[in-house]
Write a protein that binds this ligand. Structure first.
Ligand SMILES: NC(=O)c1ccc[n+]([C@@H]2O[C@H](COP(=O)([O-])OP(=O)(O)OC[C@H]3O[C@@H](n4cnc5c(N)ncnc54)[C@H](O)[C@@H]3O)[C@@H](O)[C@H]2O)c1
Length: 390
């Protein structure tokens, strides 16, 4: 395999680490992207994604990125990592993938290996990409062997060769759908337990003592990111085309999509308890990212929470230490000058906020969308605390 030239198409969260890995393993590797800005940063050794590990590697590697698709001609292995989003009606949008396939088909040589790393619904490779690349005899068992050899040479993980491309495509979707469904389950339990005054975090800890079969998932103010909130729709849409309606998956999406609104309702309830309304009350949303420790806001529930609070007329502040450019205050201390705080991402900087600090700042209501603060400590100081199912 070594000696072959690799081209990674789409240099984002998936493509960029892959570019680094492939170079580190000794492959001559090119990066191809449509964003001039991204390409320029990468060529200057700067990571467009905030990630310490990636930043260090790019500084050292002298990566070669370009927007010029003629680089495909020089490559033997082409790995496609472009986005596969959904539109406003939750339908798959395969335009970036189809566009890349058309570009690739113009430059393909005999025996080139093309891999789709983008998440797609079962059938995409054979029914949508294959016709575009058909002239080159793209899909073959020889391709599977080459792909297994290549990935075997860059990772230490076991490589499992499945019997069909469709099964491989479905695998990735099933992994993410499993998470979506399980998170929806705990979110529903959280809503139910809220009505009964039961703390779900205790229940999950209790259930986790079962030595087999139980796998803890945690409720929260909503799921986000490019995978869990998107991939199930790819399967839902493809199954519908084939005459099957996914009731369970649709319900999971519905429940998880309801969580940002549920969190805002907690703000309303909390403020009601001190005879206040959202309108004109100083409220701070802590966290814009969809999960802790990252600067990724794609599909983040925080954005929906912020929108709804704005619509209700809140005197709003927003702070995320990983995304200062979108924060409205400079630091956490300033962010805590509020009557109500809403935790929307479990960044380590937020998890370590002490009840005493909350008291000192005069905060009256705490809405913990990630169940990550010291509930007992906060309540003991006479501050209203509301988690999700907690
Ligand atoms: N983020 C994850 O953890 C993850 C994990 C597994 C799979 N995936 C899947 O991988 C794919 C890529 O995800 P991502 O998170 O890296 O996306 P991303 O948005 O971070 O990166 C995509 C990159 O592709 C570039 N691009 C868009 N259209 C292009 C085109 N026509 N030609 C060349 N470049 C183009 C963009 O400029 C961007 O740099 C998606 O299908 C996603 O579902 C993502």
């Amino acid at each position: 395999m070594l000696g072959k030239k690799v081209c990674i198409v789409g240099l984002g969260y998936v493509g960029l680490p892959l570019l680094c890995l492939s170079m580190e393993k000794g492959y001559k590797t090119y990066g191809l992207d449509i964003s001039n800005e991204r390409v320029e940063m990468i060529n200057n050794g700067v990571s467009p994604i905030k990630d310490k590990f990636l930043e260090q590697r790019l500084k050292k590697l002298n990566a070669e990125a370009t927007t010029d698709s003629s680089v495909l001609k020089k490559s033997d292995i082409i790995i496609i990592c472009v986005p596969t989003p959904i539109d406003a009606q939750y339908n798959p949008n395969l335009k970036p993938l189809q566009g890349v396939a058309r570009t690739v088909s113009k430059e393909l040589k005999k025996n080139d290996l093309v891999v789709i790393e983008s998440t797609v619904f079962p059938g995409t490779t054979e029914e949508i990409v294959r016709p575009i690349l058909e002239e080159s005899g793209f899909l073959s068992s020889e391709g599977l062997k080459q792909a297994a050899d290549f990935y075997g040479s860059i990772t230490s993980s076991d490589i499992l060769e499945l019997n069909s491309v469709k099964a491989a495509e479905a695998t990735k979707i099933m992994e993410n759908t499993f998470r979506d469904v399980n998170i929806a389950f705990v979110n529903e339990m959280a809503k139910s337990f809220d009505m009964m005054g039961i703390d779900i975090t205790e229940v999950i800890k209790g259930a986790s003592t079962k030595p087999f079969a139980f796998m803890p998932h945690w409720p929260g103010c909503g799921v986000g990111g490019h995978c869990i909130k998107v991939d199930p729709y790819y399967l839902i849409s493809k199954a519908k085309e084939n005459g099957f309606t996914h009731r369970f998956l649709n319900l999971a999406r519905e429940i998880n999509n309801s969580m940002p609104h549920y969190t805002v309702n907690k703000v309303v309830e909390g403020l009601n308890e001190i005879d206040k309304s959202v309108k004109d009350t100083k409220i701070t949303v802590l966290g814009l990212a969809y999960k802790g420790g990252v600067d990724d806001t794609r599909e983040s529930p925080a954005l929906e929470i912020i929108d709804e609070l704005k619509k209700l007329g809140a005197d709003l502040r927003v702070f995320d230490p990983y995304i200062p450019e979108k924060s409205t205050v400079k630091n956490l201390d300033e962010a805590l000058n509020s009557e109500c705080i809403v935790i929307a991402a479990d960044h380590p900087e937020f998890k370590s906020i002490k009840p005493e600090k909350i008291k000192e700042k005069g905060i009256k209501v705490v809405i913990d969308g990630k169940n990550c603060l010291d509930k007992q400590g906060i309540k003991a100081l006479g501050i209203i605390y509301k988690g999700i199912g907690r």
